[in-house]
Ligand binder design. Structure first.
Ligand code: NDP
Length: 283
């Protein structure tokens, strides 16, 4: 039976450690502050924003939420970002994605000051991740790295396969694994003989966005399997990109969905906000 990598528990531990750090920073007059902007009514985004606010409370991080209507213009959003870029009580700024279609996501990401870009999506931060000299780790891939550590398996020298090449998960995930000396293969929708690749993985990260896409027979015996996917089924249940029932019989360690990578993403966001406060000496 595979070891369950409980992101919920690991993230609680990380948040408790952060709370202690935040208390110490406050004694020095540094108060971490996160501004979360959400545009529109997307129900999944509402849940994510609520989780982030709750995590701020748990860690003693000051937070501001800006819930803007769907019809907000790009100019209005840019103006708010500009205000927050210059606000000393705010160390980190997060715009919950996706934004409505009339707003250009890239323009928004580029407008956030890189030293407040706690999602690490700004090209400056993406470049820093590429060269391995970064302030902010991208939250989801960083959470995945913590869960791999939890498995007790060393990344160095291992065959690591990432399925998915998005800018927010797949690509930065591959870089973080590479920085820890994994031998990394990135797979995507044009990859031929996918199962052949995934079956070779000592560490397999699935970030595809298709429910139950990776089956047990695509996994190497004893592999560490990290399921980034969050998919809502017609019956409203959440499920990952890995078919848990078949995968857990083969894997050495595996993340559940929910309760795996999801809570880790939020914990890593808190970590980045604290780091931003130190960098920006927020008051
Ligand atoms: P994207 O849709 O941006 O990327 C999906 C990737 O999967 C693409 O690179 C795509 O390839 C690849 N893909 C699609 N079909 C196949 C296929 N048949 N075979 C192999 N690869 C395929 O998704 P994200 O990276 O943003 O998210 C992935 C999943 O992770 C989603 O379920 C999302 O909800 C979840 N997620 C979870 C987070 C968390 O905190 N746990 C955070 C962020 C995302 P190609 O590039 O060729 O199109």
């Amino acid at each position: 039976m595979a070891k369950l990598l409980m992101g919920k528990e690991v993230s609680a531990r990380i948040k408790a450690e952060l709370k202690t750090e935040v208390d110490k920073l406050k004694e020095k007059g540094i108060v971490p502050g996160l501004a979360v902007i959400i545009v529109g009514e997307d129900p999944a985004s509402q849940v994510y924003v609520r989780n982030k606010e709750r995590a701020c409370e748990e860690c003693g991080i000051y937070s501001e939420k800006y819930a803007l209507p769907e019809e907000t213009t790009q100019e209005e959003l840019l103006e708010l970002i500009n205000t927050l870029n210059n606000k000393t009580s705010i160390s980190g700024i997060l715009v919950q994605l996706p934004v409505p279609k009339h707003i250009d996501e890239k323009t928004i990401i580029n407008a956030i000051a890189p030293n407040k870009d706690v999602d690490a999506f700004h090209p400056v931060n993406v470049g820093k991740i590429m060269v391995g000299n970064y302030d902010f780790m991208p939250c989801t891939p960083a959470g995945v790295m913590e869960l791999i550590k939890e498995s007790g398996v060393e990344v160095s020298g291992k065959e690591c396969v990432v399925v998915g090449r998005s800018n927010i998960v797949g690509k930065p995930q591959a870089m973080l694994l590479l920085h820890q000396n994994g031998t990394v293969t990135i797979c995507h929708s044009r990859t031929k003989n996918l199962a052949e690749k995934t079956k070779n993985a000592d560490i397999l990260v699935a970030a595809v966005g298709i429910p139950n896409f990776i089956k047990g027979d695509m996994i190497k015996e004893g592999a560490v399997v990290i399921d980034v996917g969050i998919n809502r089924l017609e019956n409203k249940k959440l499920c990952g990109d890995v078919e848990f029932e078949t995968a857990e019989k083969v894997a050495g360690a595996i993340t559940p969905v929910p309760g795996g990578v999801g809570p880790m993403t939020v914990a890593m966001l808190m970590k980045n906000t604290v780091k931003a406060a130190i960098i920006n000496k927020s008051k």
